[in-house]
Design a protein around this ligand. Structure first.
Ligand SMILES: Cc1cc2nc3c(=O)[nH]c(=O)nc-3n(C[C@H](O)[C@H](O)[C@H](O)COP(=O)(O)O)c2cc1C
Length: 379
């Protein structure tokens, strides 16, 4: 196998190893995918200022996110069905993250349950919450995250209703996959994945099955989401969730300055500028384009983070320069997981870290704390 040197190498390998239904689920955006593409393209359009003859010894990318020390301002984003990219995917990704010293966020829509991930890790992880119609279930989920010693709650605000991804409908996305002839042939051509799946009992939505009244078969994900996710979610819900949780709260999915101001008023510790990786409102701006205005509007009142389109450590530095004190990565770690399991997630983190460290140095800095907007080149 060729040497893996960048996130794109991991993506290509994942495409070969993960059944099409799940690879496509990760590598897609809603409708025309214009926002999905813009997330990456707008990063690439930013240029960096090279500085020379600056002392580059003793560098560090360590910072804090919601008061917690991290090896670099990168956390693993919550992603649904991670345990379908690779058997036991959430546990493997959480282990890679804790060994590297960055946070892992477990999605409500994970395959491995909160308790299962807690039992297989040694450090606290974060839990991402989707609000569903059944508020009793949501309260229980918050309590379960507390009992598992999760160290932050990430409340996702941009998925009351589900954007349409054409490929998921065409592929008939479900977990576990239905055993149609097409799926069986595809799985037969992905032997590593299939053997892994045969060897685990974790193949359904671990946080939900057995915990929601009357739900034991989720059928298609889209259909279930449409029925269960609460379209009435409001800022009032943020208040009761915050009270019930009582720990660090992160609000995810902010893309507008007005919403950012409202988020800052809630007393939450951080907000994530995000368009859900281009998976919700197609035609919305890229996250990196939305970031500077939001950072300026709420500066000093709430930590501003961003996600969407980060494919290199250079992107992390660019986001930092434009005001993001933390970033989340979705696809980069999913590709690593699909390609090589836990080692692939570790590889993705190593790649991003090295790129971030070298880029910071080339721009004349030894610490992120001194990096500002001036590292971006203006024509
Ligand atoms: C396959 C996939 C599943 C996702 N599932 C969730 C989820 O369950 N909860 C959530 O808040 N965000 C979810 N997201 C959005 C990510 O948390 C994150 O915002 C996005 O992936 C960032 O963009 P990137 O993939 O370009 O890094 C998902 C993203 C992907 C790609």
């Amino acid at each position: 196998m060729t040497v893996i040197t960048c996130i794109e190498d991991l993506r290509r390998l994942a495409q070969r190893r993960v059944p099409r239904m799940f690879y496509d689920y990760a590598d897609s955006g809603s409708w025309t995918e214009s926002t999905y593409r813009a997330n990456e393209a707008d990063f690439q359009a930013l240029r960096l200022r090279q500085r020379v003859a600056v002392d580059m010894e003793d560098r560090s990318t360590a910072v804090r996110m919601v008061g917690q020390e991290v090896a670099m301002p990168v956390a693993l984003a919550p992603t649904g069905l991670t345990g379908m990219q690779h058997a036991d995917g959430e546990i493997l990704a959480a282990r890679a993250a804790e060994a590297f010293g960055v946070p892992f966020t477990l999605s409500t829509m994970s395959i491995c349950s909160i308790e299962d991930v807690a039992a297989h890790t040694t450090r606290p992880f974060w839990f991402q919450l989707y609000v569903m119609r059944d508020r009793g279930f949501i309260g229980d989920l918050i309590d379960r995250a507390k009992a598992a010693h999760c160290s932050a709650l990430m409340l996702t605000l941009d998925l009351q209703i589900l954007g349409q991804r054409h490929k998921d409908l065409k592929n008939g996305l479900s977990a576990p996959p239905r055993l149609t002839l097409r799926n069986l042939l595809d799985m037969a051509s992905k032997p590593r994945w299939s053997l892994g799946m045969l060897g685990t009992r974790r193949r359904g939505f671990g946080n939900i099955i057995g915990h929601v009244k009357g739900v034991d078969d989720l059928g298609s994900l889209g259909e279930w989401t449409a029925r269960q996710f609460d379209p009435r979610l409001s800022w009032d819900d943020v208040a009761w969730i915050q009270q019930r949780w009582g720990g660090p709260l992160i609000l995810k999915g902010i893309l507008d300055v007005e919403d950012a101001r409202l988020a800052a008023q809630t007393g939450a510790q951080a907000l994530v500028v995000s368009n859900h990786g281009g998976r919700q409102l197609d035609g919305a701006p890229s996250a990196i384009a939305a970031l500077p205005g939001i950072a300026e509007a709420v500066e000093g009142r709430i930590e501003v983070w961003m996600d969407g389109g980060i494919r290199s450590g250079q992107d992390v530095l660019k986001a930092w320069a434009l005001g993001a004190r933390g970033t989340l990565i979705g696809r980069p770690f999913l590709y690593g997981l699909g390609a090589l399991g836990q080692a692939g997630v570790t590889r993705a983190l190593e790649i991003l870290h090295k790129e971030l460290d070298l880029t910071m140095a080339f721009c004349g800095h030894r610490r992120l704390q001194t990096v500002g907007r001036e590292v971006l080149w203006q024509a």
